[in-house]
Design a protein around this ligand. Structure first.
Ligand code: 13P
Ligand code: SF4
Length: 358
């Protein structure tokens, strides 16, 4: 058995819990707003952001309206690493995160003196949920000779147990560096990203066997079919996708790297295998180019691409407005709190990545 062919470390009860939580996220109702209501809600939120000395930091996967509001109000729309950097460097007393919980936790780890609010506290991530702190820590204890590298899509407790935190934009470089130093690694939680990094670097890695419920749905056979229909298209793939899909990519990269590739490439058409929220920024950044969704289902299925993260889609304007109400803030409802000893340990492993990447 090679290092990557380890048995699954994801407890079955957690797989069931992920499904339940994803179903619950899909069931959340969002108010239907016309353009006038959207505009007035956005104005209201901009005013509240000023009153609360707050800045909005959004991920590329949240709805267009939230992305626009982040840009218009002096916040940012970014990948998970840039979101953390932006919140850390910004002067605002409060950072409000439109994304999923691990992104809010990362912001808090880096900026303990700031108030970090989530637009939606129940916005989870299947990778984070499938890597419970206790089980992961026990796994690490069984391999004390290995350096522990975890993906940013993990809880503060798992980050605290790690030597290094990496995002998809920097994972290859960090693992290559550690491999060249002769270190053997534990990698968690994403098995596809871990497998990709292992293949590229040749590093000795024990892989935790979690996956992203969105990216694991991309299908290589259907993607080949779409490529045949668009022979000039370049294929852009997020490395949380299965290896058979990554194998068809012209570019493999984080959300920001995918957007940059579309801007810099001479190609006019792109097939994109990542969460569909990214199309908003891609179209803005590379106007005039054509973006096609990579297929997530077989040819006969009705759904060509349903690449949507149920937890990212929990974020909406009305929730953001509610969270910014003074009463909600005073009650601390959506604030991220992390025990100081955990935060400090997690900060060390995130800082390692940030120093490495600077
Ligand atoms: P990025 O780090 O590329 O933004 O990815 C975060 C994520 O959750 C991808 O599914
Ligand atoms: Fe997590 Fe996947 Fe959603 Fe990204 S898209 S937040 S990895 S569940």
């Amino acid at each position: 058995m090679t290092a990557s062919q380890q048995e699954s470390h994801v407890p079955a009860s957690f797989t069931a819990k992920i499904k339940t939580l994803a179903d619950r996220a899909w069931a959340v109702k969002h108010p239907e707003l016309d353009s006038r209501q959207v505009a007035s809600l956005k104005d209201e939120i901009k005013q509240k952001l000023i009153e609360q000395d707050a800045v909005l930091v959004a991920h590329y996967y949240v709805d267009d309206e939230l992305q626009e509001l982040a840009d218009e109000s002096g916040g940012c729309v970014a990948d998970s690493l840039e979101m953390a950097r932006f919140g850390y460097q910004h002067d605002a007393k409060t950072v409000i995160v439109a994304g999923v919980r691990f992104m809010g936790e990362t912001a808090k780890i880096l900026s303990p003196q700031k108030r970090i609010l989530m637009v939606e506290t129940e916005a989870e991530c299947s990778l984070d949920l499938a890597c419970p702190e206790k089980e992961f820590s026990e796994f690490c204890d069984q391999h004390p000779d290995r350096t522990v590298v975890v993906y940013a899509n993990t809880s503060a407790g798992v980050k605290a147990r790690a030597d290094w935190v990496v995002t998809s934009s920097i994972a290859l470089k960090v693992v290559k560096h550690l491999h060249e130093k002769g270190e053997k690694l534990i990698w968690a939680p994403d098995r596809f990203l871990g497998g990709y990094v292992q293949k590229q670097t040749g590093a000795d890695m024990l892989l935790w066997q979690a996956s992203c419920i969105v990216h694991e749905e991309f299908k290589s056979v259907a993607l080949q079919g779409l490529k045949k229909q668009h022979p000039d298209a370049k294929v852009l793939v997020h490395p949380e996708s299965p290896a058979s899909v990554v194998a068809l990519a012209d570019v493999v990269g984080s959300t920001s790297q995918i957007i940059n590739a579309a801007v810099e490439s001479d190609a006019k058409t792109f097939i994109v295998a990542t969460e569909s929220g990214i199309f908003h920024k891609m179209k803005q950044a590379a106007p005039g180019k054509t973006f096609l969704e990579a297929p997530t289902a077989g040819e006969s299925a009705a759904c060509e691409s349903c690449a949507q993260c149920p937890w990212m889609k929990m974020n909406d304007l009305q929730r953001l407005s509610n969270v910014l109400d003074k009463r909600s803030i005073d009650e601390g409802g959506s604030e991220i709190i992390i025990p100081e000893d955990v935060r400090k340990r997690a900060e060390t492993s995130i800082h390692r990545m940030m120093k490495f990447g600077s």
